[in-house]
Ligand binder design. Sequence first.
Ligand code: NDP
Length: 477
Amino acid sequence: TSAQIGVTGLAVMGRNLARNFARNGYAVALHNRTASRTHALVEEFGSEGDFIATETAKEFVAALERPRRLVIMVKAGEPTDAVIQEFAPLLESGDMIIDGGNAHFADTRRRERELRDQGIHFVGAGISGGEEGALHGPSIMPGGSPESYASLGPMLEKISAKAADEAPCVSHVGPDGAGHFVKMVHNGIEYADMQLIGEAYQLLRDVAGYSPAQIADIFRTWNTGRLDSYLIEITAEVLSHVDAATGKPFVDVVQDQAEQKGTGRWTVQIALDLGVPVSGIAEAVFARSLSGHKELRDASRSLAGPKATPLGESEAAAFADQVEQALYASKIVSYTQGFHEIAAGSAEYDWNIDLGAVSSLWRGGCIIRAAFLDRIRAAYDTRPDLPSLLSDDTFAQEIGAAQDDWRAVLAAAVHQGVPTPGFAAALAYYDALRAERLPAALTQGQRDFFGAHTYRRTDREGSFHTLWGGDRSEVAG
Ligand code: NDP
């Protein structure tokens, strides 16, 4: 027999993805640099489906039906290039290589271009959902040629997560690096979501005076409303967990230094290149790096500042409701910024990405899955060329209704000295968009003063320069 799909790279992700394909009725060829992993998979899970274990690259390729579909699930970066170099010479025109790792989209663009000459379809596919998702149904963001999606799409739709309306959480995102770009922004949004939830927790703890267990209950309640999402759900689980060794809340025995693998950072780096203000995502990335600077924090603990005094019971409950408003409003801003980055990437690289379809495929399987994404899809369904999520009537109304509480929460945070960079950046973005005039006019004046960079006027076309060192008359720039 020959396999309909092959997976090389059988660490936790590849192994679970291979099992997912097999459980859905596909014959799966298996390969890993170290053959012991391949055999271990067959020994442990061989009864789950039709696996073909292979040891060499040649055997692996020979086990695949044509056109071949070969999934690479190895460490991103050089290992991915090494594996491509190993397999590409063994493939033929029309075959497909699917890279399911967390590749940088620029690498995906390069690989796609290099393999295109050989007639090989290179599909950079973002996969989200961690190991559980890989096994039970991830959210999949494939880029690459339409032909490759015609062949692969039905299989990916089968193994992917399904949204509440049963729609598969996968669709063809766009050419070459589009899939990995969207996966990158997904992770950036994930960082922002997590930071905002963290700030809400800190406020409920320090300002409202709730215990982790009480805050877990509050998050459980929120999870039945508009904030219904995987991240809110697991937050409640983490907060209600008690450390077995000490009997303390788990969250109090974990070191408060957050780590990161890099996709959040890429989201911000690329946003800087594209000129897209993703301030909420940037603050989330910076908050993680700040937390990691132990030496800086140890040296700064004695700096002056207010000490938060917890509220009374009824005030605390009212404050919790306000925090929910602040969290929701800030979340709308993060997604607005993330979708702006996708739109900008799509324009820059001619990807023609359907933003509604992206929000749709994030509704299940991935880390940011949430009821909220249905509303984003609805916004883009109503108006596919929506310039910003904040220009959607429903979101505009909701954020408008939340803004009083949002400001009150930030005022309390500032007053009591609780750091809330995510909430604050989101509100500053909102207020900047609303502003009649921004101080950018003054910035232009300064730039013209020290560097003759010129400026445009509100009342006339053209560019102008003021002779700052002379008689301060205005000349054409
Ligand atoms: P790892 O990223 O830990 O990679 C281990 C695998 O890569 C092993 O199969 C290893 O083979 C193989 N490998 C490493 N270097 C080479 C090389 N030079 N040549 C050939 N094979 C090599 O595995 P994961 O399963 O955690 O992740 C796989 C990919 O999926 C990564 O790109 C990751 O970023 C991405 N991803 C991971 C998620 C997760 O939750 N873990 C979620 C979504 C995506 P060997 O056994 O021989 O060492």
